[in-house]
Ligand binder design. Structure first.
Ligand code: ADP
Length: 503
């Protein structure tokens, strides 16, 4: 009891009578709490300002009345006031929240504490009663409940500390299919799939919320009819002032549509991958076909060229000038076709042969390439000594040959070609570049010239098959390298490629 405790503590500082008087003033002045005394029979013996304010009675009209006057008719009939006195006597106090009635008949939601007061021999002198008007709070709670109840897009419900359902909104009913009456008291693990339940997921969710304050996640859940939906879930632990978990609130959203969309996207990209693989496969088949056709073309081609040459040698004198012109055209076309077949075979070879990678000397590759290109004027070479790349020597040599060939070829008539070949150490890579002072290439064409048969000029102006750079691209890629160029029309070009260095 507050009174003896207060007088005990103040006794050292002030006379007990003074303390008691002060205490009475305090009780009298308190407005927010009705504080009053009851006789052992339950008759009202004192009345403070708070009691007057909350219940509406003046002291003179209420003192001496039985306190049942504050109860609803129903509670009076059930003898609730008398029962409360009994409970207070037996257990030391009676505490509850419930409806009480004001003088004007209106109800208010009261928080009540009833305590028996005994003398030093344990005889009951009466009861102290403290009542608070919680109507405001209750109204706010009711508004909040109404709000939650009205939400239909979200399942919002609460759980006790064991995960048993204690409240259920209309969204929960809509999403999960259970009515309030069916679900209250059931454990929330009901919503999980049997697999998840077996793995103890529901318990883990509550454990996480308990430890971290909340849990957020997504997963399959079950509706009442057994159908599944993809749920986005947030579970929040609710605690009292002491920090003990009193339950959980749970908000669940049905995001199945989003999930289905995501899965469709995944499926689509998987299909694309399959299509890509199929395309690569058919590309490879086409290349193999081109390779064998080129291969088979060589024999008849050799025959045409051979008999053409023989014809020219033995019969040129017997043909008139027109006949000789035709014959020369045939021989010329044969040479071009031979070059095409050779290049196609080379392209097929670089694409399909096994390319075992090993440390190779870049200097060796450059010198072999230049030897095969033949003597050229204005060719300078800069190769860092002992430079090694992780590559395939024949392929590396072929790539350099093609670049140097082009560098000497693409010039305006009458211009003097100058070509510079470099091989440099770039840390973990080797960079080989071939620089010329030729006609250059507009940026718009720089990508496509690496495709098979892509040429930017008439055959009459620059001879060629359009396969050389395709071989460069395939060869460098197969050696795990990169390639590119810097060029501007009229300002020359620098083609480069880089290969990894041996570890
Ligand atoms: P080809 O040399 O047989 O025509 P490539 O595949 O080697 O075929 O080259 C493709 C096209 O790229 C060439 O036809 C040319 O238009 C352009 N090209 C290649 N190298 C150079 C260069 N060094 N300078 C200017 N244009 C070039």
């Amino acid at each position: 009891m507050a009174e003896p405790a207060a007088s005990k503590q103040t006794s050292a500082l002030m006379a007990p009578e003074t303390a008691e008087r002060l205490f009475r003033y305090l009780v009298d002045a308190v407005k927010d709490y009705a504080i009053f005394l009851l006789t052992p029979e339950g008759l009202i013996a004192s009345w403070n300002a708070g009691a007057q304010h909350i219940k509406g009675y003046q002291p003179e009209e209420i003192i001496g009345e039985h306190f049942r006057i504050f109860y609803t008719e129903k509670d009076k009939l059930a003898k609730k006031p008398e029962a409360e006195l009994q409970i207070a006597l037996q257990t030391g106090e009676f505490k509850e929240e419930g409806w009480r009635v004001r003088k004007d008949g209106s109800r208010f939601w009261a928080s009540v504490l009833l305590t028996p007061i005994r003398d030093e021999h344990g005889r009951v002198l009466g009861f102290g009663k403290i009542t608070r008007d919680l109507s405001e709070r209750r109204a706010a709670e009711a508004r909040y409940r109404l709000l939650i109840e009205g939400v239909t897009d979200y399942a919002i419900y609460s759980l006790d500390p064991q995960g048993n359902i204690t409240s259920w909104n209309s969204g929960a009913q809509r999403i999960k299919g259970y009515t309030l009456n069916e679900i209250i008291g059931k454990n929330f693990s009901l919503f999980y799939t049997p697999e998840d339940r077996e793995m103890g997921i529901p318990q883990q969710v509550l454990e996480t919320a308990r430890e971290l304050g909340h849990f957020a996640g997504e997963g399959w859940r079950m509706r009442k009819d057994g159908s599944r939906f993809w749920a986005s879930v947030v579970v929040t632990a609710m605690r009292d002032e002491e920090g003990t978990v009193t339950g959980f609130s749970k908000v669940t959203r049905d995001v199945t549509e989003r999930q289905i969309m995501l899965e469709k996207i995944h499926e689509h990209s998987r299909e694309l991958e399959v299509q890509m693989a199929a395309r690569e496969q058919s590309n490879a088949e086409l290349e193999a076909f081109a390779y064998s056709v080129s291969h088979d073309l060589r024999a008849p081609l050799r025959a045409i060229a051979g008999f053409g040459d023989a014809l020219k040698e033995e019969y040129a004198a017997k043909l008139d000038p027109n006949g000789n012109d035709y014959l020369n055209e045939i021989l010329d076309a044969t040479r071009r076709m031979n070059a095409l077949v050779q290049d196609l075979l080379e392209y097929g070879r670089v694409s399909r042969i096994n390319i075992p990678l090993e440390p190779v000397s870049v200097g060796d590759a450059v010198h072999e390439a230049l030897k095969r290109v033949g003597d050229r004027q204005n060719l300078t070479v800069d190769v860092t000594p002992d430079l090694k790349a992780y590559g395939h020597l024949p392929t590396l040599t072929q790539v350099i040959i093609n670049l140097v060939d082009n560098a000497f070829k693409f010039h305006e008539t009458g211009a003097i070609p100058k070509v510079h070949v470099r091989a440099e150490d770039k840390g973990d890579r080797v960079r080989v570049s071939v620089q010329d002072n030729g006609i250059g290439i507009a940026p718009a064409h720089q990508e496509r010239i690496f495709q098979v048969f892509e040429r930017l000029h008439e055959r009459e102006k620059y001879s060629g098959t359009g396969i050389g750079l395709a071989i460069v691209k395939r060869g460098v890629t197969r050696m795990n390298g990169k390639f590119g160029l810097q060029s501007e029309p009229g300002k020359g070009s620098t083609f480069w490629f880089e290969l990894p260095k041996p570890k």
